[in-house]
Design a protein around this ligand. Sequence first.
Ligand code: 5GP
Length: 114
Amino acid sequence: MASIFSKIIAGEIPGDIVYRDELVTAFRDINPQAPTHILIVPNKEIPTVNEVTEADEAALGRLIVAAKKIAEQEGIAENGYRLIVNCGKHGHQDVFHIHMHLVGGRPLGPMLYR
Ligand code: 5GP
């Protein structure tokens, strides 16, 4: 079954999409933890970092290139931001479609945002 993020990418359910290219899509988190909280997601559904292969390198590299562009778009590049990828149970991953959180717009404190 397609992940909730695949459904947003496919336009089957609503998402506030801020960036899209042939490898990744980015949309605003439904429960933002900071003034800017965006999820950047490979268009290909990979459940967790544990399932990543070398064939995914282009899409995974694109997550960071997209993060840079989106941070500029959001006006938070200069002050800085945090990029987070959670994996599995101990990483508190809730949605099993790899995603990078782009969090910023306020000072975040050390390491963890919640
Ligand atoms: P995780 O804990 O898996 O790293 O993060 C999952 C994130 O997805 C959470 O921050 C949560 O708020 C967000 N999220 C869950 N369901 C939806 C949804 O349907 N739409 C959007 N935009 N974000 C979602």
